[in-house]
Design a binder for this molecule. Structure first.
Ligand code: NAD
Length: 311
């Protein structure tokens, strides 16, 4: 094994094909008492004055996350595409009425320069960044054997490259700020889905993109731990948003269902708790993942689906 391979496997924690003892970090050298004193508090740290960017938050799940994180104390940068500027501004208004700072930053998450500008707008308006939620995404119903290469590329551009750009640029900002600590990590989150565990055949490239997000997030979690940044993903199930309107449009004909009955039928057939999810169900999980309560959680995909996929 040459030197650079050795460095790589050591960094990844794997040696000779089995998981090795991880590199000892400064925190790992602390005594049990010192670790207890630093990490044993059972109270949730206030997020007051910390700032978060939520992409795709003019509506749907992103909007619910933005409002919930503002209720948790965060100042929030609301992002979406330019045609959803009015929706962004409405969310900003609601957050300001809650007594928190908020701003709109229009950016297409697939464009690196726009994402950099979004982060700079957030830092200028709201102060140092603490958390990035890469929530923006698209869906498309398609037949595997008929789908165009263009459709496939667009899906991966937004759902995977867009997540990568947001996580990478946010990580650079957090590292530059230099304020992440083992007991106060920076936080990066990404949206995946139940179809990142078990694909829907009618959503082939969407399912593949959400599997990719899980893999990307795990690599980020391993790479950024040394900078005291945690990285996790949330995986919703069947949430009643515009996204399921798009799915209903595409599947109601082939399934022989009335369009308005599709979401309910899927939820009834698949969900142990037997209801369609609301965006706030997801926002509550994201609230945990964006809080100090999850400081020792990294590299995880957390499902919030009412009992569709069991892990
Ligand atoms: N609705 C569900 O059932 C469900 C289930 C699992 C996962 N998800 C995921 O949750 C996230 C939010 O979904 P939603 O249901 O709120 O969908 P939604 O369509 O209501 O909202 C998605 C938002 O992302 C924005 N967006 C799309 N492309 C963008 C880009 N290039 N740059 C910036 N913004 C962009 C859209 O304009 C929209 O406002 C998505 O990643 C989605 O894949 C949703």
């Amino acid at each position: 094994m040459n030197c650079s391979t050795l460095r790589f496997v050591r960094h990844a924690g794997m040696r000779h094909g089995c998981w090795a003892k991880p590199t000892i970090t400064p925190a790992g050298q602390l005594s049990r008492q010192a670790i207890g004193a630093t990490y044993s508090s059972l109270s949730r740290e206030s997020m007051d004055g910390k700032s978060v960017i939520v992409t795709g938050s003019s509506r749907g799940i992103g909007k619910a996350i933005a409002l919930r994180l503002a209720a948790d104390g965060y100042n929030v940068c609301v992002n979406d595409l330019s045609h959803n500027q009015a929706g962004c501004d409405e969310v900003v208004k609601e957050i300001r009425n809650m007594g928190k700072k908020a701003c709109t930053a229009i950016a297409d998450v697939t464009k690196r320069e726009e994402v950099k500008d979004m982060i700079q707008t957030s830092v200028r308006e709201l102060g140092p960044l603490k958390t990035m939620i890469a929530n923006a995404g698209i869906v498309q119903v398609a037949q595997l054997l008929e789908m165009s290469d263009e459709d496939f590329r667009r899906m991966f551009d937004i759902n995977v490259l867009g997540v990568h750009i947001c996580l990478a640029e946010a990580a650079k900002q957090l590292i530059k700020q230099g304020d992440c600590r083992p007991d106060r990590p920076g936080k990066l989150l990404a949206a995946t889905s139940i179809v990142g565990f078990k694909a829907f055949p009618m959503l082939p490239h969407y399912s593949a993109s959400k599997w990719a997000v899980r893999g990307l997030m795990e690599a980020y979690a391993m790479d950024l731990a040394k900078h005291h940044i945690t990285v996790n993903a949330y995986a919703p199930g069947i949430v009643g948003t515009n996204m399921w309107d798009v799915i209903s449009d595409g599947v109601h004909g082939p399934m022989g269902l009335e369009r308005d009955k599709v979401t309910g039928a899927f939820a009834h057939n698949m969900t142990a708790l037997d209801r369609v999810s609301v965006p706030e169900d997801v926002a509550k999980l994201v609230s945990f993942l964006a809080s100090s309560d999850s400081d020792f959680v990294t590299g995880q995909t957390q499902l919030v689906d009412g009992g569709i996929v069991f892990t």
